[in-house]
Write a protein that binds this ligand. Structure first.
Ligand code: GLC
Length: 544
């Protein structure tokens, strides 16, 4: 790893690749080709830590700086790892602590940093604390680590308040003894009570456990959720929600006594002190679905977390004006906090961006253009596995769906759930499982489409026009042109043409339906073919 310049920590302009552990790569069988991995879970159709380790050279060659790995801790997998039963051990599905050590050592040897996921808002209902709480009964200290309350109405048969679970239905579940417990997600994910000091102490130990093992940082799950308004009052909701309830991206801006409470910032001040006490620029990035850019910026004040995902960029429709506005606003918002912006177009919770932009060849062209624009912006970019292959959202058949946001109320929200962006990656070959588990791999846990042969890593490596080849070129050029470059950036939009100026480079994105004349200069890279000084629709280019 190259030593970061003083005052310019590595994460400030890193490209971070999100590995969704179940769907990245299944470790090779013990007696399989190459002999990598080889734990008992390998070849079972579920991605794992040895699988990731075996594919780290792929990530180095792609040109990213770091990977973020989604939860691999002991878990009943009700929310695919975001329901943690033991924060300091590895689920046997994914390997062992020794596999984590091997992964970290290999990654660091290749110059890659590793960020792990931390899930502090809730535990699994199989966590020792929750089991203890159930056994100990109402009023016990064990129950005081979670949010247990009596119900309302006759015999307490109504939930304590009107809050909804993000996955649909009430945010409360009633126990046989009559009390209710709060879960902002699935009923198998009880929310912790962060007003209880034991909770903060436990998480400080968890942070130290992974920092001692050598992780470079944390992605903080539901970072805006830890504290709820102390009164647990009802949420004021308009009679008719403007958009689908339960959708994470389109969540209506409204009264939110369950999110983004001021007390949460003391947690991150404490964590910052812990992170700063370790050598080597350890960092944390918040997943905080805040309602405004100003409130996002509060999570990244100099004594709090280092970064927060910029979901404003992800949620922006295909429009030059909208892009210009979100670029300028995001940069201004984080400048006030003296951090750098982050940019993300896809992750394991949202529809993949080629599909969001319309799907098919147009969707892919737009996705490549948006990615190329993002990679020129100051700050750090988060990529989601498979976007470098141009994968689209998959229409997973209902009987194969596994996401709790679907399983809790199949069909009720009109949304298919999040499985469609979590389909295991195609590595090689011309039919499922496309090398996902090596030569002897089983069919993966979510079925892959039959028409992915041309999208496999193997196929795209052989094609200089592939999306993978494009990502590799763009990431190499980003390093050459923008590493350590001045961060001052300004975006303007006119006639659906976006122009972003950074140093001596102009990024031009044509969101209109007509070709646009390119400004004079050297074309460093374009997201699609460019000829005769014209930038075709749905295309972006870097010009010097
Ligand atoms: C975050 C994760 C999501 C998970 C939820 C509950 O939003 O990204 O996948 O379901 O938290 O932990």
């Amino acid at each position: 790893m190259t030593a970061p310049a003083p005052g310019h920590p590595w994460w400030r302009d890193a490209v971070v690749y999100q590995v969704y552990v179940r769907s990245f790569a299944d470790g090779l069988p013990a007696d399989g080709e190459g002999g990598e991995g080889g734990d008992g879970a390998a070849g079972d159709g579920i991605g794992d830590l040895p699988g990731i380790t075996s594919r780290l050279p792929y990530l180095r060659d792609l040109g990213v700086d770091a990977l973020w790995i989604t939860p691999f801790y002991t878990s009943p997998q009700k929310d695919h790892g975001y329901d943690v039963a033991d924060y300091t051990d590895v689920d046997p599905l994914f390997g062992s602590l020794a596999d984590v050590d091997r992964l970290l050592e290999t990654a660091h040897g290749l110059g890659l940093r590793v960020i792990v996921d931390l899930v502090p808002n809730h535990t699994s209902d199989q966590h020792a604390w929750f089991r203890e709480a159930l056994a100990a009964g109402p009023g016990s200290p064990a129950r005081a680590r979670y949010v247990f309350r009596p119900g309302r109405g006759k015999d307490g048969a109504e939930p304590p308040n009107n809050w909804h679970s993000i996955f649909g239905g009430p945010a409360w579940t009633r126990l046989p003894d009559g009390t209710w417990y709060l879960h902002l997600f699935d009923s198998s994910q009880p929310d912790l009570d962060w007003r209880n000091p034991e909770v903060g102490d436990m998480f400080e130990d968890v942070l130290r456990f992974w920092l001692d093992r050598g992780v470079d940082g944390f992605r903080v799950d539901v970072a805006h959720g830890l504290y709820k308004e102390a009164t647990l009052r009802d949420q004021k909701r308009p009679e008719k929600p403007a958009k689908a309830a339960g959708s994470m991206v389109e969540r209506v801006l409204n009264d939110e006594p369950m999110w983004d409470q001021p007390e949460v910032h003391d947690v991150y001040r404490r964590w910052r002190r812990v992170l700063d006490s370790y050598p080597g620029d350890r960092m944390a990035v918040a997943e905080a679905w805040t309602q405004t850019a100003a409130s996002m910026a509060r999570f990244i004040r100099p004594d709090e977390l280092h970064q927060a995902f910029n979901f404003g960029w992800l949620g922006t429709p295909w429009s030059a004006k909208a892009f210009a506005q979100v670029i300028n606003d995001s940069i201004a918002a984080v400048a006030a906090a003296s951090s750098a912006p982050t940019w993300v177009l896809s992750n394991h919770d949202v529809e993949r961006h080629p599909t969001r932009y319309g799907g098919g060849p147009v969707g892919l062209a737009r996705a490549r253009a948006a990615t190329l624009t993002m990679l020129a912006l100051p700050g750090s970019a988060y990529l989601y596995q498979g976007e470098e292959l141009g994968l689209e959202q998959v229409d997973v058949p209902p009987e194969a769906r596994q996401d709790p946001s679907w399983l809790r109320q199949p069909g009720a929200t009109g949304q298919p759930g999040r499985d469609g962006c979590r389909v295991p990656l195609p590595w090689s070959g011309d039919r499922p499982p496309y090398g996902f588990g090596g030569p002897a791999g089983a069919q993966p846990w979510i079925p892959q489409p039959d028409d992915w042969a041309a999208l496999s890593v193997e196929a795209e490596l052989a094609d200089p026009d592939s999306t993978l080849a494009f990502y590799r070129r763009a990431l190499a050029l980003r390093r050459a042109v923008f590493a350590g470059a001045d961060e001052t950036t300004h975006a303007v939009a006119d006639d659906d043409l976006l122009v972003v100026l950074r140093g001596d480079v102009a990024v031009v994105l044509n969101a209109s339906t007509e070709p646009a004349p390119l400004p004079a200069g050297e074309i460093l890279i374009s997201s699609g073919p460019v000829a005769d000084g014209q930038l075709p629709p749905d295309t972006a280019a870097w010009i010097r």
